[in-house]
Design a protein around this ligand. Structure first.
Ligand code: SAM
Length: 194
């Protein structure tokens, strides 16, 4: 089934993350992905949700409280510092929803200088067959540069360790978000049996 970029990003994580595991929302914004992850890992799991803006942390906290979710650590910090906050945990999956906070300051955007090192750090702690999923908005000033840098970075990753896919609607007039998925240590090339 063809899914929207957001649906597809969640479907990837739903496929790979299990109850009780630890996951990251690297850009919690208004908390929609955080709530999704919180439900996915269940009461015994942990969500680490990052954002640089107080407004985003507060919106996410409100959404979690309204849904009686208690398994999330909200961290007001740059996601480039992820390993300072979760140094030893194995990470089952992560999502980055890039761009600016909807209804917030459009100048406070994610940038390749911090997004790429944050992805590199998470990949080090990512479980076997885990996914780092990116929803990349690129219609705003600075968005295209970030997307190009991310794709360049992803293309040079060792193909023996990582498989990176790009999900992209190519005939839409506006600039729709794309989704990428970095998967680790999975064998996708299998011998045909028939
Ligand atoms: N996932 C969110 C949701 O479900 O509502 C939307 C995220 S919004 C598109 C992008 C967010 O990234 C903004 O809230 C912004 O403050 C945050 N952000 C920008 N740079 C960041 C950084 N270096 N570290 C963490 N968060 C950052």
């Amino acid at each position: 089934m063809v899914q929207s970029v957001l649906q597809f990003s969640h479907a990837l994580l739903a496929e790979s993350v299990k109850q009780g595991e630890s996951v990251i929302d690297a850009t919690c914004g208004n908390g929609h992905d955080t709530l999704f992850l919180s439900n996915l890992v269940g009461e015994n799991g942990t969500v680490y949700a990052f954002d640089i803006q107080k407004q985003a942390i507060e919106s996410t906290e409100q959404l979690l409280q309204a849904n009686q979710r208690k398994n999330t650590q909200l961290i007001m910090d740059d996601h480039v510092n992820i390993s300072k906050h979760i140094s030893s945990a194995e990470i089952a999956g992560a999502i980055f929803n890039l761009g600016y906070l909807p209804k917030g300051d459009k100048k406070l955007i994610t940038k390749q200088e911090t997004t790429i090192p944050a992805i590199e750090n998470i990949l080090k702690q990512l479980k076997h067959s885990g996914y780092v999923v990116l929803v990349v908005y690129h219609g705003h000033p600075g968005g295209k540069e970030e997307m190009i840098a991310l794709l360049d970075f992803s293309r040079q990753l060792d193909q023996k360790r990582y498989h990176v896919l790009k999900y992209d609607f190519i005939n839409q007039k506006k600039q729709p978000a794309i989704c990428t998925c970095h998967s680790k240590d999975i064998a996708i090339y299998k011998k045909r049996t028939v």
